[in-house]
Design a protein around this ligand. Structure first.
Ligand SMILES: Nc1ccn([C@@H]2O[C@H](COP(=O)(O)OP(=O)(O)OP(=O)(O)O)[C@@H](O)[C@H]2O)c(=O)n1
Ligand SMILES: C[C@](O)(CO)[C@H](O)COP(=O)(O)O
Length: 274
């Protein structure tokens, strides 16, 4: 069952993400739970005309439902906050109620309206978190197929003391830094960064809640804009670590990605009846 606004935290059967039972005994007021914030308020311009991207279907199920299920599948996650298009929170809430049967029973869900940018949407999602949340995952609705092992690996790195964790993969392509020119005009190459030192970053990104909240309170929403939450934490001078990502955690951005996502689901169905 979803609610549109934060409620008093319910007792969670999920595993405590940060504090040990000894800590909890010493200080029962200490936050312990892990929440996932899913920014899902984007339009999906690069995907082309149609419904907002998070509501487009993969194998008949909205991408957002796949993403929510991926977060709720983690034994560490006891609350999922979905950040819906500003004018679509009611529709998203109804959608999650409709797919309740497909989501783990014991996960709590909230739906809040989003903003004009991903950064603003994440900030609004963070604002909705109850006090007992110690660790936060931020996960793109546009990465609906991330495997649960990747989600768990991110949470575990946060449990082990990292304040910011990103899943990432080495690059297959060589990358060039260019001097940008209008589309269609050849762009001069400025440098070729050493590929072995580069990683392509995915989500969910995991954070100590206080550190992420500080980043969102400090880094300006406009201007040179961070393209991910970890980049905002880096700007605070706090360390960010990388854990292995997964090729199925790719972002659905352009039409070809929909084809790939459907193919991944077909392979999962063939392999294990997912
Ligand atoms: N104002 C926004 C913009 C983006 N997002 C979310 O941030 C994630 C990553 O963004 P992206 O893939 O760029 O999605 P869109 O902004 O929808 O894509 P596009 O840039 O093609 O319009 C997506 O889950 C998207 O819904 C959001 O919550 N609020
Ligand atoms: C957060 C992210 O998915 C990490 O790769 C990415 O930066 C989002 O970028 P977008 O342009 O908002 O899709």
């Amino acid at each position: 069952m979803t609610v549109e606004h934060p409620s008093a935290p319910s007792e969670s059967p999920r595993e405590s993400p940060v504090a040990s039972s000894a800590d909890a005994t010493a200080n029962p007021a200490r936050p312990t739970r892990t929440a996932a914030v899913i920014p899902a308020a984007g339009r999906g311009v690069r995907l082309g005309p149609g419904a907002p991207k998070a509501l487009r279907t993969l194998n008949g199920t909205p991408m957002l439902v796949h993403a929510v299920r991926a977060m709720a599948a983690s034994r560490y996650v006891s609350l999922v906050v979905v950040v819906a298009p500003a004018d679509g929170a009611g529709e998203v809430k109804s959608l999650l109620d409709e797919y309740e049967h497909a989501l783990p029973e014991r996960t709590e869900f909230l739906v809040v309206p989003g903003g004009d940018t991903r950064q603003e949407s994440v900030r609004l999602g963070l604002k909705a978190l109850p006090d007992d949340i110690a660790a936060v995952l931020v996960h793109d609705a546009a990465r609906p197929l991330v495997p649960v092992d990747t989600v768990d690996a991110v949470v575990e790195a946060v449990r082990d003391g990292a304040v910011a964790v990103v899943p990432a993969l080495p690059l297959a392509d060589t990358v060039k830094q260019v001097e940008p020119r209008p589309h269609g005009t050849p762009e001069p190459v400025v440098a070729t960064p050493e590929r072995a030192l580069l990683r392509a970053v995915q989500t969910p990104q995991g954070f100590d809640r206080a550190v992420l909240a500080h980043a969102h309170a400090t880094v300006p929403a406009a201007g040179d804009g961070a393209t991910d939450c970890a980049g905002m934490v880096e700007r605070l001078g706090r360390p960010v670590v990388v854990v292995p990502g997964h090729e199925e955690a790719f972002k659905v951005t352009r039409p070809l990605d929909l084809v790939l996502a459907e193919a991944v689901l077909a392979r999962r169905r063939a392999n294990d009846g997912f």
